[in-house]
Design a protein. Structure first.
Length: 156
């Protein structure tokens, strides 16, 4: 008696289904990014205004305020990314009721992955910003960065 041959390897088949919390809509993601960006821009613009006023008294003082404003904007951005890693939300995400989580286990990213995700978003812009639009038709509503890092943005 001979043994039957092994079954053929599985084909591509349908994509794996997502079974976590409801996914966030693209508009909510864009709105959260706009809120976060406006806050950082506001810090920098305020420093320019204060720097211009103080620049009339002393150009060195005005320049110092502008530099401190830039540093403050960058510090705020990294603080936001740290908080996102701990809670899944930035100020903008919290206002719009969404959060970013690991796809595999639904846990928050942690500060390191959150900061890394910010820089991996550069890949979303390389092919004519197509990666930022990808969630409009993707089954899991992920950008290229989300796919690479295996994260999802969900309704909180």
């Amino acid at each position: 008696m001979t043994t039957p041959p092994p079954p053929p390897p599985p084909g591509y088949g349908p994509p794996p289904s997502y079974s976590g919390p409801p996914l966030a809509e693209w508009g909510s993601r864009v709105g959260a990014t706009l809120i976060d960006s406006l806050i950082v821009a506001g810090i920098i613009i305020a420093s320019f205004i204060v720097g211009a006023v103080l620049g009339n008294l002393s150009s060195a003082l005005g320049g110092l305020v502008v530099v401190l404003g830039y540093l403050g904007g960058i510090a705020f951005l990294f603080w936001q990314l740290y908080v996102q890693g701990e809670t899944g939300q930035t100020i903008g995400k919290k206002q719009l009721g969404i959060k970013v989580l690991k796809e595999a286990d639904g846990q928050v990213l942690g500060p390191g992955l959150s900061i890394g995700r910010y820089f991996v978003h550069i890949l979303d812009g390389i092919p004519c910003y197509l990666g930022y639009l990808w969630p409009l038709w993707d089954a899991k509503k992920q950008t290229f960065a989300d796919k690479i890092l295996q994260t999802v943005v969900v309704r909180a």
